[in-house]
Ligand binder design. Structure first.
Ligand SMILES: Nc1nc2c(ncn2[C@@H]2O[C@H](COP(=O)(O)OP(=O)(O)OP(=O)(O)O)[C@@H](O)[C@H]2O)c(=O)[nH]1
Ligand SMILES: [Mg+2]
Ligand SMILES: [Zn+2]
Length: 354
């Protein structure tokens, strides 16, 4: 395996030289288990931990290595290494960390394409596709929607589904596929490329790992059915894993139940392009598109020119984004106030007030 097969390219080489990292080894993070990382350098895999310096200088979870990252390494022996630094990321897919309001969780980094999977039998939701798209768009990651398990429904139902996505989502390829009949796989194949990174996203049981097996032609990933009533909350895939193949680099993920919007800078604007365009005609610059008179969006909905569910989905995510941002701002303020207090205390102590 070469580093190019792993996704290395001129851009990362430039970063490596610019940051004076010639004396270090380097590799890509292929798995993470609670701050222990598996790094592949083209020759083999290494178990790795981060330097104390990297840990203490980290401002948040986003400064820690994530699956997909290129990192510089200090080898300690043939199977262990220390991660010295994380290369600046080309892209990073993140969401609101589950149960930790105002915190980001990085899903994976340096992704070229996201493969957004939904199963047509019980998982289908255009709202959720828009949600995943927003995550992708806020990081400039191109997305492909894959409607899986089409062997389970009629042609007619499939056409209806594809139509309902097209009504709300433009400019994103939608490929109906089946891991059972293998339909659509050759269409997906045309998007794949050796050395490019594809991140598979979707709920548990939609067939992410099955698709990887199908593309690779062997059972490299565990797959299966989980009895929802007995094993609530379980996943077949339990951790993120980056897999290098002839057809491309695939990042398999455990199914997600929550896709919380975090810092969706531009993500919403891009996902809801029609709505954003329309909003330029609103009477007020700070229109919230809810109760204002002269709102071009509410007007377009009344006229049937704009999809109401899409608009409601937009508002919901916009609120989440604002909530995330205000929580972050509040925390920053607290930290700043604490810093000020500490400074004052030190000053007062110097002048012997205590
Ligand atoms: N009928 C049908 N079943 C499929 C298809 N693809 C996958 N399955 C089945 O769906 C179940 C779940 O597949 P997985 O590949 O494990 O799903 P996953 O998305 O990786 O799930 P997690 O790892 O839990 O996130 C398995 O029983 C697969 O055999 C398909 O195209 N058609
Ligand atoms: Mg899986
Ligand atoms: Zn408006």
């Amino acid at each position: 395996m070469t580093v190019e097969d792993l996704g290395y390219n001129g851009h990362f080489e430039e970063l490596r030289l610019k940051n004076n990292l010639e004396d270090f080894g380097f590799g890509r993070v292929v798995a993470e288990h609670r701050e222990r990382y598996t790094v592949q350098n083209g020759q083999g895999e290494f178990e790795a931990v981060i330097t104390g310096n990297l840990r203490y200088s980290a401002n948040g979870s986003e400064d820690f290595p994530a699956v997909g990252d290129w990192v510089s390494l200090i080898y300690s022996d043939s199977s262990f290494a220390i991660i010295h630094s994380v290369f600046p990321r080309l892209s990073s897919l993140s969401r609101q960390a589950v149960g930790k309001l105002g915190e980001l969780q990085i899903i994976a980094t340096n992704i070229d394409h996201a493969l957004l999977l939904q199963a047509v039998d019980r998982d289908f939701s255009v709202n959720r596709i828009e949600r995943y798209l927003t995550l992708c768009n806020s990081s400039g990651i191109k997305a492909i929607v894959l409607l899986n398990k089409i062997d389970l429904i009629s042609r007619k139902s499939l056409e209806k589904m594809v139509g309902s996505i097209h009504e709300r989502i433009k400019q994103v390829p939608i490929i109906p596929i089946s891991n059972v009949s293998k339909e659509g796989i050759e269409v997906l194949d045309t998007y794949l490329q050796r050395g490019k990174t594809f991140c598979l996203l979707g709920s548990s049981g939609v067939g992410k790992s099955s698709l990887i097996n199908n593309l690779v032609g062997e059972e490299v990933m565990a797959t299966g059915e989980i009895n929802k009533s007995i094993d609530r909350g379980k996943h077949i895939t339990t951790h993120r894993e980056l897999l290098v193949t002839e057809k491309g680099i695939f990042i398999d993920n455990p199914g997600m139940r929550e896709v919380g919007i975090a810092n969706a800078t531009d993500g919403l604007e891009v996902t809801f392009g029609t709505l954003t365009e329309l909003s330029k005609n609103c009477r007020f610059n700070d229109c919230t598109h809810t109760t204002e008179i002269g709102c071009a969006i509410t007007e377009a909905i009344e006229n049937g020119e704009m999809d109401r569910s899409s608009y409601e989905n937009y508002l919901k995510m916009q609120r989440e984004k604002e909530h995330f941002e205000s929580t972050v701002a509040e925390r920053r303020k607290k930290e700043k106030d604490f810093g000020k207090m500490l400074k004052k205390y030190k000053k007062d102590r110097k002048s012997n007030k205590y």
